[in-house]
Design a protein around this ligand. Structure first.
Ligand SMILES: CC(C)(COP(=O)(O)OP(=O)(O)OC[C@H]1O[C@@H](n2cnc3c(N)ncnc32)[C@H](O)[C@@H]1OP(=O)(O)O)[C@@H](O)C(=O)NCCC(=O)NCCS
Length: 156
């Protein structure tokens, strides 16, 4: 089940973010950079993110948060999808992506942009996004990550 995130989900989402980044992003970045990025447990990151206008959604499996995603319809931006590493490769990322695209369409948006971490580029390419540039993405806690700018224009 995918549903809107609640404040009571933030600790679990923080765990998912930190575990997923450490397990799955480490293949494409220096370990020290990923460790700086994930930092210490900090559930308030999601309060900050919600205050910036991001809509947050969680995927629940067996009663726990196994993945989450954030969307900013005002900025036409897909901000994040993170899946617990044990649940990766099972289509959950794709399910969340399709969910976000349906939310974006509901909001009257015709396209979404994102800054993909290097490990996620193939995932987005397989799911209809195209590369449109490269960027140095600054994370919430100020770490600069090489990333790929991508865009998906929705069909009718
Ligand atoms: C990118 C991500 C969201 C994709 O979600 P997912 O549920 O794993 O998506 P899929 O099931 O479609 O599988 C995606 C990839 O996992 C690989 N995979 C297969 N089995 C796997 C396993 N047991 N463990 C990890 N990855 C596996 C697949 O080969 C596929 O690789 P590719 O996309 O490079 O071709 C997820 O891997 C993730 O959370 N990564 C870390 C955070 C991140 O980078 N998020 C994107 C930030 S913009």
């Amino acid at each position: 089940m995918i549903r809107k995130a609640e404040k009571s989900d933030y600790e679990e989402m923080d765990f998912v973010f930190r575990e997923s980044a450490k397990a799955l992003c480490i293949r494409n970045y220096e370990k020290s950079k990923v460790l700086d990025w994930v930092g210490k447990p900090w559930a308030e990151r999601f309060v900050e993110s919600a205050n910036k206008g991001n809509d947050q959604f969680v995927k629940i499996s067996n009663g726990k948060v196994v993945a989450f995603a954030e969307l900013n319809t005002e900025k036409f931006m897909l901000n994040s999808i993170f899946v617990l590493s044990n649940y990766a490769g099972k289509g959950i990322g794709q399910e969340l992506l399709e969910f976000l695209i349906s939310k974006a369409k509901e909001a009257g948006i015709q396209y979404l942009k994102l800054d993909a971490s290097l490990n996620a580029v193939n995932f987005y390419l397989r799911n209809g996004f195209k590369k449109c540039g490269v960027s140095k993405f600054t994370t919430q806690n100020g770490v600069v990550l090489d990333s790929v700018q991508m865009k998906c224009v929705f069909g009718t």
